[in-house]
Every structure is written in C-alpha cells, then in structure tokens.
Design a protein around this ligand. Structure first.
Ligand code: MG
Length: 228
C-alpha cells in the first residue's frame, strides 16, 4: 500500500515535469525569462513586486506577471496599476483550489500571456512554503521571499523550499528592531539547508534593498539562453 502511494506521487511529479519542460520551451522560443516567486502568505511578494517592477522598463526590461491565487484578484489589481501586463490564475476555477501552481495550470494561462510584449515573466505563486517547491512550472529561476516575522527556524522546517531557490529575499527588515528575530541564526540555518545560496535583505516598506532586487531581475532577463 505504502509503495503504491509513493509510486502515484512520483508519477504525478513526472507528468508535471514533462509539462514544465514544454512551458520552458515555449518561454525560450518567445525569448522570455521566467521567475517562479514563492513564499508563505503575507511575506511581501506583491509589495516587493510593486517596488521592484516599477522602473524595470527604464532599464530595458519589459516585465509581465502571472498572479497565482486560490481566489480573487487583489494582488493582480494592485500590480496592474503599474501598467504591467498581469494575468490572474485562480486555482479554485477548475483546479480544485490547489495550494500551489503546477505546470499544467501555468500552461493553461499561456494563451493569455502577452509573451511577445515582455522579456521577463514573474510568476507569483500561491502563498505556501510547502507545495509550490514540489511543482516545477517551467521557470528559469526559483526565488523566494522569507520575512523576518516568520521566525529564524523556517529554513530548517521547510528545507525543500529554501533548497529549491537560487535567491532568498529576506523581507521586512525594517521590523528587525521590534522583533526577537535573530538574523545571524536565520542565515546560519539557511546556510545549513542550502550552502552558499545567495540572499538579499529588503524592506518593501522603506525600499531598502529593492534596487538590488531590481538589478537581480535585470540580470536574469539578460541571461543567455534560447533567445527568440
Ligand atoms: Mg501576493
């Protein structure tokens, strides 16, 4: 019984990876670099994007956003104010209210994405520290936001997420002085689960570190790859 269960999960992930590769080929063909942005709910993904996407066009990068949520379009509505193309993908509409985006959901959104008009697609995943790390969607880069209000033990409790990402954005650092959060301990925990991983310290509220995040997005958009 146990073996059967494991097998089913493996099959699901295999099927997902196949679709993720097809997504990736379509993105490559269009010359679009893709970031899968993940975090727990409320870590500040949308607020950081509001800051970081503003000004990207002046640096020659045309961003777009695929906004993943279980329900509603609160974040998409906020980001569309930046005059950036935003496509809403709700997992409760035919996807069973899933707690993550998978490759098939992203594939279903491809016809709605203006791939010819953008250079960089940010996929804002559903807020969750577990499931989004398990499902590849066809992104070039996986990135996560960890806010200092979540506690310094999170890399040890959710190692797959912290291991899956090539950049960890540590957000809400303006709150550090009000919290018992031990940044050094968090960084040591992060190093333990993902040695050498790059990280940035940011505050979407004050704007600290946002320029570095924007630079990172520009660098991702400029990466060599199968260009259009
Ligand atoms: Mg959000």
């Amino acid at each position: 019984m146990h073996k059967t269960k494991v097998r089913v999960v493996e099959d699901v992930l295999d099927a997902n990876n196949t679709i993720a590769r097809a997504n990736r080929e379509d993105f490559d063909r269009a010359g679009v670099k893709v970031v899968n942005l993940m975090s727990a709910p409320g870590a500040g993904k949308t607020s950081l994007l509001e800051r970081a996407l503003d000004g990207l066009a002046q640096q020659g990068v045309r961003p777009g956003v695929l906004e993943g949520d279980v329900q509603g379009s609160f974040d998409a509505d906020r980001l569309s104010l930046l005059h950036v193309p935003v496509t809403q993908l709700n997992t409760d509409g035919g996807f069973g209210g899933e707690c993550h985006l998978d490759a098939n959901m992203v594939r279903s959104a491809l016809p709605s994405l203006p791939l010819d008009e953008i250079d960089l697609l940010i996929i804002e995943n559903v807020g969750n520290l577990v499931c989004p790390a398990e499902f590849r969607v066809g992104a070039d880069v996986r990135m996560m936001v960890a806010s200092v209000t979540e506690g310094e033990e999170k890399p040890l409790k959710y190692p797959l997420m912290f291991r899956a990402c090539e950049l960890v954005v540590i957000n809400k650092i303006d709150l550090l002085e009000h919290l018992d959060f031990d940044l050094d301990r968090f960084l040591a925990n992060l190093e333990q689960v993902h040695p050498g991983v790059e990280y940035l310290l940011t505050s979407a509220r004050t704007g600290d570190g946002v320029e570095a995040l924007r630079d990172r997005l520009v660098a991702i958009a400029a990466r060599a790859g199968a260009a259009a």
